[in-house]
Design a protein around this ligand. Structure first.
Ligand SMILES: NC(=O)c1ccc[n+]([C@@H]2O[C@H](COP(=O)([O-])OP(=O)(O)OC[C@H]3O[C@@H](n4cnc5c(N)ncnc54)[C@H](O)[C@@H]3O)[C@@H](O)[C@H]2O)c1
Length: 251
């Protein structure tokens, strides 16, 4: 449950898990700020939110650029006056490869978006939510932040960093009325997974088999978890990293 006219912000909301999360917030009664590097699909996402009967604003943002992140949050407050929920979802997979052969450029790029960019978003969201003495944040990490995956060292490091950031920030702001959690998806059917599997049915079957439920997850399954964690129904949950992984890590 959300207060009347609650405002949610989702980064990387032009497609995939971010778009599904923005739509789930709208269905739960929130107005939604869409942030994404992709202007065309970002505007389309905002239109889809308005079609659900909620207000929506697209703000083109590269979260790796602190000036963009500052502008995003300034414009959010200017347009809506508050921020009740934030989902820091924008992320990239980078180039796979064994660690000794991996390029430093790839490492820096992944960290600059997945970890440093998310950190700057968190800073701005915390300032707004502190002034309200309320708010909830969900950071999208990954099962790759909880266990290692060969060939993905920079990605795993970035997502492990997101989980530790989440726990630390949750402790720092627990008495300020702000809850901070992470969601750790398994393989979810989005364009990111299409790029990784090259849409090859044999590779897709291997990915499905990683999960005891023997399928990949859907963006909606992650989105519903994010919205629940931000809602008053999860009011005693903070500092948690919740795997939405079809049982992958239960093995
Ligand atoms: N799909 C999966 O299997 C999976 C699994 C675990 C975690 N995740 C994480 O979930 C999040 C979303 O993944 P997805 O599968 O929906 O990805 P996706 O590639 O389908 O969509 C990502 C969105 O983020 C945007 N984006 C990329 N870089 C950006 C930047 N610098 N600034 C702003 N926006 C940017 C893209 O334009 C796109 O709209 C990512 O953080 C990803 O690491 C995905």
């Amino acid at each position: 449950m959300f207060a009347k006219d609650a405002v949610a912000l989702v980064t990387g909301a032009a497609t995939g898990i971010g778009l599904a999360t923005a739509q789930a917030f709208a269905r739960a009664g929130c107005d939604v700020v869409i942030a994404d590097i992709d202007a065309q699909r970002g505007e389309q996402a905002a239109t889809r939110i308005r079609e659900l009967g909620r207000k929506s604003l697209f703000i083109q943002t590269d979260i790796a650029q602190p000036a963009d992140v500052l502008r995003l949050h300034r414009q959010t407050v200017a347009a809506f006056g508050r921020l009740d929920a934030a989902c820091n979802n924008a992320g990239i997979e980078g180039q796979p490869g064994l660690t000794a052969e991996a390029s430093l450029e790839n490492f820096d790029h992944i960290i600059s978006v997945n970890l440093r960019g998310l950190f700057v978003c968190l800073q701005e969201q915390l300032k707004i939510m502190q002034s309200q003495a309320s708010g909830a944040i969900v950071n999208i990490a990954s099962v790759a932040g909880l266990v290692g995956f060969s060939g993905l060292s920079a990605y795993c490091a970035s997502k492990g960093g997101v989980i530790q950031l989440t726990k630390t920030v949750a402790l720092e702001y627990a008495t300020s009325g702000i809850r901070v959690n992470a969601v750790c998806p398994g393989a979810i059917q989005t364009e990111m997974i299409d790029r990784i599997t090259h849409k090859d049915p044999a590779i897709q079957a291997q990915f499905s088999a990683l999960h005891p439920l023997n399928r990949m997850g859907t963006a909606v399954e992650v989105a519903d978890t994010v919205v629940w964690l931000c809602s008053s129904q999860a009011s005693f949950i903070t500092g948690h990293a919740l795997a939405v992984d079809g049982g992958m890590l239960a093995r």
